[in-house]
Every structure is written in structure tokens, then in C-alpha cells.
Design a binder for this molecule. Structure first.
Ligand code: PMP
Length: 446
């Protein structure tokens, strides 16, 4: 099996000939917050699948809901008004769930990249309907990640996810992220840095011309870019600037929605109401590929009242509103609410962050520790703390392997160790992750 994995499978985000010596290994079972590999080695999954398994792996009500839906109606399309009871119930539940964010309608997709694609398309279309067809450009953050489809890749901040596929969509411009450890302003104070980044956004809008810009897209906490957590003034500042210039604000909450930051959405965490919100991942907790773009009432109204014919939506997927995915999402939402996972995310997140602060004091290799809002943390590793030289891939691989052997699966993304465990983990699980990381970091030091 291991040989076939190395030989026949082309792994996402990997070179086809990558050595598969490091974890993740072949995972054969999962239970609660733990995964078991082909050699029978059991670890706490400190990655939560891929930031998505918020409820853990043994969610009986979700399994039962999926089985019941498979028996009753395994599939029917939701194109042009055809529907199913599961997706109708889910739409209503999502409307209730996101009511405090001012979002009222759900457009269903098959995952995060699809949600981003749909949100960008809707943004352009919104301006066309309103008689501003020149608003076609998109602004985003330099460390942002918005999936792998062509529009999403165009707004991705990391050049590695863009340059190989160019030319991508024209008219996408990136502004510096509020990342105190490394930024073009050499500003380490988060509040002052937020102001500088907001000023850069204003400059870019002036330079491009506000009348050419459709939307600004951002993650409330930047995930794949290394858990970059903006100062609390940043997202409200973005909202204010977007409002002043008639630019839509798209919150990419593929990671942050449903409790990960300790709030039900990342936008709500910062007290911001976006115009569009991309969700996926935890909406079905890994049980089904699924996503939803949540749309604000005011945006929906523009489409509803359109008499020009431009409001016809030319976006949609065969699996949009899939009844089995919808049944899974309904059960996940019920469990998410019943268990109040956001509160556990906040409490266990505080415990985890405190433990990571102790590790950061112990190991020079930790150049920067980020997180502190729910269960999303990153350690940025450096080989020379004074020069902030990013760690080499071999050493960070050693940290990951040693941590895995000591009982926790962590994720490596560039020079960062990422932690995004299930939101239902216990204080003991947090302790296991911290001791495993301690062992991993000791291996790097040794
Ligand atoms: N947006 C964000 C913020 C993400 O983190 C991701 C995936 N990690 C995506 C979009 C893309 O989601 P998917 O992999 O489900 O297509």
C-alpha cells in the first residue's frame, strides 16, 4: 500500500515524486479526536483533518443523518428551482445561524474553492446589475489563501499559488497583510501595523480608481498563510473603507466559520458584517464535500429586484445543494450548537496558547507564535532568530515527525507549524499536543 501510494497517487500540494517519509502517513482509522495510521500508531489530530473536523471523527448523529438521507433521496439537482427538503431546511438553519452577521441567503457549492469562485462572480455581477460594469477588479491580502480555482488563485496572496498558472485573471491586486513579524513597514506593533495596512488599502484604491473595484476579499484570520491574526481594528477598518468606496467585502470564512476562532464566525469575532461570506470545511465536518456562500440581504435584494436580465446566475455545480451533504450539514450544525463548540474552542484555545508561549520561551527556533483566538495557532520556525532566517524544510520535517511519534499530528506549511485541532478536544488532549510539540522541538534543537 505504501509503495502504491508513493507511485500512483499524485498528492495535492505536492511534487509527484515527493518523498512520503514524513507524516501524514496512511491513515486507516479515526475516532474522537484521534487518528490511527497503517502501522497502528495513534495520535491526536492537531490539524483537525485540514482545519475542518471541528466535531471530531465519531459524530454519530451525522452518520445517522447521512445514512437516512442516502436511503431516502441520495441525489437530485437543485438547478433552476428544483429542490429537496434537506437543502431547504439547511438554508433556513444557515439563515438563523448567520442572522447576527446580516446574511440571509445561501448559495450552495461543493467546497471552499467553489465558494470563493461563486462569491467573486456574484460580486462582479452585483455591480453590473447596478449599472457599474466597470467594477471588475479585486483586492486581497498578500498572505491570503483563497483556494485553487482560477479566480481564487488570482486573489491568492502567496505567489507560489499564482505564478505557475499565469496569466490568471487581470485586475487583482494585493496589499500587505497585517503580519507584525514580517512586513514591508518593519512595524512590529499590531495596532500601528493595522493602520499602515489600511492606509496601503486606501492608496491602492486611489491608484486603481474605486470605480474599477468590485470587492475586497479577506480571511478574518489568515489560515494557510500562517495563522496571521490581524489587530482588532483591521477588519472593521476594511469594512469602513469598502463602504466609503462602494466596494463589496467578501469574508473568506472557509476555515473560520462555525466556531474555530471562539466565535460563530470570524467576521462576528471582529464585529464586522460582510456582504458575502464563503464557507465550506466544517459545515460538514469532513463527512461530505460541501460549501455555501452566504449573501447579505442588501446584496440579495439587488439580484431579486433586477429586471435587466443580468441577475440570472450562471454559476452552480452538479452537486450544489446535494441532499446528502445538506443532511450532513444540518446534523453538524445541530451538534455545533448543542455542544456550543465555540466556547470549548475559546477555553481550550487559551490553554493551548499559554502552553505554546511557554514553548516559545524555551526554544529559540520559535521565531514567532501566532493565534490566541480559539483553536488556530502557528509557530513560525527560524534557524537564526536575530536574522529571522526561515527554517529549512528538513529540520521542520524532523519536528513534525518527532511530534507525530510523540502523539500529535501537526501540519507544516512553509516555515510554520500549524495547529487547528477539533474544537471538541479536552484539556488532556491539549496537554498531549503540547508535550508532543515539546518533543518535536527538542528533536530540532538536537
Ligand atoms: N479559502 C480558504 C480560506 C481556505 O483555507 C481554503 C482551503 N484550505 C479554501 C478557500 C479552499 O477550500 P477547498 O480546499 O475546500 O477548495
Amino acid at each position: 500500500l505504501k509503495e502504491n501510494n508513493a507511485r500512483h497517487m499524485w498528492h495535492p500540494m505536492a511534487h509527484p515524486a515527493d518523498s512520503l517519509e514524513n507524516p501524514p502517513d496512511i491513515i486507516t482509522e479515526a475516532e474522537g479526536v484521534q487518528i490511527v495510521d497503517i502501522d497502528g500508531h495513534r495520535t491526536v489530530d492537531a490539524v483537525g483533518g485540514l482545519w475542518n473536523v471541528n466535531l471530531g471523527y465519531s459524530c454519530a448523529p451525522v452518520k445517522a443523518a447521512i445514512a437516512a438521507q442516502l436511503d431516502r433521496l441520495p441525489y437530485y439537482s437543485t438547478f433552476r428551482g428544483t429542490s429537496n427538503d434537506a437543502v431547504i431546511e439547511l438554508s433556513y438553519m444557515l439563515r438563523e445561524f448567520f442572522a447576527p452577521d446580516g446574511l440571509s441567503r445561501a448559495f450552495f457549492t461543493s467546497g471552499g474553492s467553489d465558494s470563493v469562485e461563486v462569491s467573486l462572480r456574484l460580486a462582479r455581477q452585483y455591480h453590473k446589475i447596478r449599472g457599474e460594469p466597470g467594477r471588475v477588479k479585486f483586492l486581497s491580502l498578500k498572505k491570503g489563501y483563497h483556494g485553487t480555482h482560477t479566480l481564487g488563485a488570482s486573489v491568492n496572496g502567496n505567489a507560489n499559488f499564482r505564478t505557475q498558472y499565469e496569466p490568471l485573471m487581470a485586475g487583482c491586486h494585493h496589499i500587505p497583510a497585517p503580519y507584525p513579524y514580517r512586513n514591508p513597514f518593519n512595524e512590529t506593533d499590531p495596532a500601528r501595523l493595522a493602520q499602515l495596512c489600511l492606509a496601503a488599502l486606501e492608496d491602492e484604491i486611489r491608484f486603481q480608481g474605486a470605480e474599477t473595484i468590485a470587492a475586497f476579499i479577506m480571511e478574518p484570520v489568515l489560515g494557510a498563510g500562517g495563522v496571521i491574526t490581524p489587530h482588532e481594528s483591521f477588519m472593521p477598518g476594511v469594512r469602513e473603507i469598502c463602504d466609503r468606496h462602494g466596494i463589496l467585502l467578501i469574508a473568506d470564512e472557509v476555515i473560520t466559520a462555525f466556531g474555530r476562532t471562539g466565535s460563530w464566525s470570524g467576521s462576528r469575532h471582529w464585529g464586522v458584517k460582510p456582504d458575502l461570506m464563503c464557507t465550506a470545511k466544517a459545515i460538514t465536518n469532513g463527512y461530505f464535500p460541501f460549501g455555501a456562500v452566504m449573501v447579505a440581504e442588501a446584496v440579495t435584494e439587488v439580484f431579486e429586484q433586477d429586471r435587466s436580465g443580468k441577475g440570472f446566475i450562471g454559476s452552480g455545480y452538479t452537486y450544489s445543494g446535494h441532499p446528502v451533504g445538506a443532511a450532513a450539514a444540518i446534523a453538524c450544525l445541530k451538534e455545533t450548537g448543542r455542544l456550543q463548540v465555540k466556547d470549548n474552542a475559546a477555553a481550550r484555545g487559551a490553554q493551548l496558547f499559554k502552553g505554546l508561549q511557554a514553548l516559545a520561551a524555551k526554544y529559540d527556533v520559535i521565531g514567532d507564535l501566532r493565534g490566541g483566538h480559539g483553536l488556530m495557532c502557528a509557530l513560525e520556525l527560524v534557524s537564526d532568530p536575530a536574522a529571522k532566517t526561515p527554517i529549512d524544510m528538513e529540520t521542520i520535517g524532523r519536528v513534525q515527525r518527532a511530534a507525530y511519534e510523540a502523539g500529535a499530528m501537526v501540519r507544516v506549511s512553509g516555515p510554520n507549524i500549524i495547529l487547528s485541532p477539533p474544537l471538541v478536544l479536552t484539556a488532556t488532549d491539549v496537554q498531549t499536543i503540547l508535550s508532543a510539540l515539546d518533543a518535536g522541538l527538542a528533536a530540532a534543537a538536537g
